[in-house]
Design a protein around this ligand. Sequence first.
Ligand code: PLP
Length: 282
Amino acid sequence: MIAFLNGDYRPLESVCISPLDRGFMFGDGVYEVIPSYRGVLFEVDAHLDRLRRSLAAIRIADPLTGDAWRKMLERLLSLNPGADRAIYLQVTRGVAARDHAFPQTPSATVFAMVNPIRPPAPELAGRGVGAITLPDQRWGRCDIKTVTLLPNVLARQQAAEQGAVEAILLRQGKVTEGAASNVFVVRDGHVLTPPLSDAILPGITRRVLIDVLRGTRWPCDEQPVSEDELRGADEIWLTSSTKELLPVTSLDGKAVGDGHPGEAWHEALAAYQRVKPAGPSA
Ligand code: PLP
């Protein structure tokens, strides 16, 4: 696999980053995961906008122009041909003597690599997945897509150890999001998702789904979702760029609704699939 580091394209195995990189030392950086379907990037402008927002929030100057970002992403895809891919890209505050405060003359490290998208097997999505609930122990700026992911890592590991695919996080009696996904619930025919705030990542899949649901029988309201509403939901869905739209059929070991992916999920997934790129000639 060919990766990108600071202007060079080279095999991933030969990419070296200094241990003094502030991403390694402090988790001082941000990232994006951008899906591509049959060689066509999906929602690339939205991902680059969010990257710019994350960089500005942690005060790293954007190292590339919009055009240069897009060219780099396209080149990386062409060097790693294949079907459905996700580009992982990371920008850190760069290499400097270890000191918490910013270096005088920071020089960002820009790294990107390509991974296959492994959406859940159709039978798994068709059956639904398990999730657990956990207290949200993260910081107050979860709207920034920072590489500092330790609480998310621990939550996801706890889910995995309990045979679940995701941990749904609760703060002050309300759902925030999953460890690496946004959360939607369906109750009494209404689709709800927590509103944007500094407690959740503004997921691109979340936004695309809200848009496509407008054209269906299941328009979505962005409003707070209480723990009781989550536990009493007829359906629960998780969204992310690599999971797309996944039905949760068991929560903390109890069936969600009738324990099967629901009618709304089937329609929402079909609507989502229609807006994904069909390929270069689409
Ligand atoms: N929330 C968190 C904490 C995430 O890490 C992610 C994706 O990794 C999401 C939500 C979903 O975001 P997106 O749909 O942009 O992939």
